[in-house]
Design a protein around this ligand. Sequence first.
Ligand code: COA
Length: 176
Amino acid sequence: MTSLTYKPMPHIEVIPAVADQEPILANLLELYAHDFSEFYDIEASAEGKFGYKDLSFYWRESDRHPFLLKVDSKLAGFALVKRGQDFWGDETVWDMAEFFVVRRYRRRGIGMVAAHELWRRFPGMWQVRVMESNHAAHQFWQRAIAAFTGQRIHSTCVENSGGSWRVFTFESRSVS
Ligand SMILES: CC(C)(COP(=O)(O)OP(=O)(O)OC[C@H]1O[C@@H](n2cnc3c(N)ncnc32)[C@H](O)[C@@H]1OP(=O)(O)O)[C@@H](O)C(=O)NCCC(=O)NCCS
């Protein structure tokens, strides 16, 4: 007789991070930067830290929104959302500045659910930038944006001193 194991859907939460949680974000940003160091030219400092200089702005500026991602109450990642986009100087567009799912929770649909939740929270035009060298994220954003909009994906390649980027543009019409 075959036995089927029933796996309940995990409970995924996208929680605004309060100022006291800045150190948690800073810790997760270290893991994020370490992942990026595989395909982007960043070095850890002599103290063994990558650092993220703009983090405190997320609790000082009203157009910046920091989030923690939880899965069944366990810390599973973070997202930093801000208004205004660096490449073209568009002040109104929403920008997924940073987005991270810890390795243990990857390829379970957590990133997709969290990204959709954020896009619903902030209706309007969105841009998502991804380094061309970040192949996994490139695949992820294509899938996540296509599933969200149900439309053809629009993206542009942008070159700057930091390298080659793919910029996805779409509109979120939803309000949660
Ligand atoms: C990119 C990232 C956020 C994806 O999170 P995730 O929770 O694993 O993604 P999901 O499970 O929701 O993936 C949804 C779909 O995206 C695609 N995808 C996700 N990760 C992928 C990978 N490593 N390779 C290829 N496709 C991938 C797949 O189509 C996947 O569906 P499937 O698993 O049914 O095939 C995560 O890998 C991560 O945090 N990476 C490091 C940080 C980073 O690069 N952030 C993005 C910065 S632009």
